[in-house]
Design a binder for this molecule. Structure first.
Ligand code: UD1
Ligand code: MG
Length: 452
């Protein structure tokens, strides 16, 4: 049977105090509604209908996919009215799952439980028992069977004592849903068309309403303001941290790691505090990540050590390499096995050959460094003439003296040496020594200036 998902996202989100539609506020790397869309895809939705009210253009610009249909709800007349906006698309013989665009942390396994719970000729309802049910719709049961939902504002004192609450997430047959939505009225305390009224309709038609429950409350919590959004962010990060530890990584403090994308880890990986991982990052076996490091779209291979305060972006760090502290490895860079980059070294579009070293205070841009090269402190590749970028090639075994300027395009030959303080603008042959600096003059008994 096919499955359509209707995501309600028409609320303005006034309490966010933002020009952005509420559902576009982010949890980790993506907006809340993108998390919900991911969940819909994970349960194999054939169609996803996104009901929007505000910021349609911004929403369409940011959220996309062939399986996605945007449905406008110009006036927010209630959750029932919102779902009804998708009715023209819904098929009679399919199941329809209703999700909320501002409830991003529902586990896929929970949605699967709900789908499994729904009887063929009935409904599925996700409910949760809350210590403080204030504000939520209450699940009304008779002899254990669900017979309806009553909203907080419409509930009598006895009903207000019910602690089983409506999460809003439900599953119904398409034909049933359309029939029930067509019969809704807004004769209630809020003057809204309540989606929740379909429960009593289902019951009166003799359909059974099965319930499923989330593992934790956070799965069904939404964000109306930035405080709640931050809570969701922390909960999401705690989940990532737990998954990493279960996968075998050591986190020195699981409350001080942020994963904004996908982080895969091998065995014996050790991550110190305050690290941020973005995009697609892999850490192979025995990798160590020092405190305060930021790793973006990078592959860190076996046994490599990233020392504190290092930034790696769109780069590959080879087996056994060490990087940092305070290094910046920029896009298009690759460190071959056992190479080393130390403090205040910046690399961009640079290949660092196996066993080569740049220990201190260096900029390498558009550079190919061969094997076993030593790059002295304060080396700068001058790769930019103000208009064009040019390459520097440093061949195997070369030795670059400290404080060198290598003016690209330039090639330093195999086993060549450059003297400290040199500005090297011409190629250096294999095995040669290049010295390019003013000759030292010593003036004997030189009188120091005196104060006038
Ligand atoms: C709703 C449920 C309540 C449940 C609670 C869970 C109804 C009548 N009540 O109440 O039983 O306990 O959620 O949080 O369904 N929306 C639209 N268009 C509208 C109205 C709402 O898209 O016209 C969207 C909102 O953006 C929001 C969601 O639907 O994402 C829920 O709306 P909200 O007004 O917050 O519902 P509640 O009153 O909290
Ligand atoms: Mg409301």
């Amino acid at each position: 049977m096919s499955l359509s998902v209707v995501i309600l996202a028409a609320g303005k989100g006034t309490r966010m105090r933002s020009s952005l539609p509420k559902v576009l506020h982010k949890v980790a790397h993506q907006s809340m509604v993108e998390h919900v869309i991911d969940s819909a895809r994970a349960v194999n939705a054939d169609n996803i209908y996104l009901v929007y009210g505000f910021g349609g253009e911004v929403l369409k610009a940011q959220v996309n996919g062939d399986d996605l249909t945007f449905v406008e709800q110009a006036d927010q007349l209630g959750t029932g009215h919102a779902v009804d906006m998708a009715s023209p698309f819904v098929k009679d013989d399919e199941d329809v799952l209703v999700l909320y665009g501002d409830v991003p942390l529902t586990k896929v396994s929970t949605l699967e439980k709900l789908i499994a719970a729904k009887p063929d000729d009935g409904m599925g309802l996700l409910t949760v028992k809350l210590n403080n049910p204030t504000g939520y719709g209450r699940i009304v049961r008779l002899n254990g069977e669900v017979v309806g939902i009553v909203e907080q504002k419409d509930a009598n004192p006895e009903q207000l004592l019910i602690d089983e609450c409506n999460t809003g997430i439900l599953l119904a047959n398409g034909g049933d849903l359309k029939r029930w939505l067509g019969n809704l009225s807004n004769d209630n305390a809020q003057g809204e068309y309540y989606l929740t009224d379909i429960i009593a309709m289902a019951h009166s038609e003799g359909k059974s309403i099965a319930t499923a429950h989330p593992d934790t409350e956070i799965e069904v919590e939404g964000a109306n303001n930035r405080v709640q959004l931050a809570n969701l962010e922390r909960a999401y990060q705690a989940r990532q941290a737990e998954a990493l530890m279960i996968a075998g990584a050591s986190l020195r403090d699981p409350s001080r790691i942020d994963v904004r994308g996908t982080l895969s880890v091998g065995t014996e990986v050790d991550i110190d505090v305050n690290c941020i991982f973005e995009g697609n990052v892999t850490l192979a076996d025995n990798v160590k990540i020092g405190a305060n490091s930021i790793i973006i779209n990078a592959h860190i291979k076996q046994g490599a050590v990233i020392k504190p305060n290092t930034i790696v972006e769109n780069a590959v760090i080879g087996e056994g390499c060490s990087v940092g502290p305070f290094a910046r490895i920029r896009p298009g860079s690759e460190m071959k096995p056992d190479s080393h980059v130390g403090n205040f070294v910046e690399m961009k579009k640079t290949i660092m050959g196996g066993g080569s070293k740049a220990g201190h205070l260096t900029y390498l841009g558009d550079t190919e460094v061969g094997k076993n090269v030593n790059i002295g402190a304060g080396t700068i590749t001058c790769n930019y003439d103000g208009v064009n970028k040019s390459k520097t090639i440093i061949k195997d075994g070369a030795f670059i003296g400290s404080n060198a300027s290598l003016v690209a395009p330039v090639t330093i030959g195999e086993m060549a040496t450059t003297g400290a303080g040199s500005t090297i603008a011409k190629d250096v042959e294999d095995d040669a020594l290049a010295v390019a600096r003013a000759k030292q003059r010593n003036i004997q008994s030189w009188p120091r200036p005196t104060k006038k």
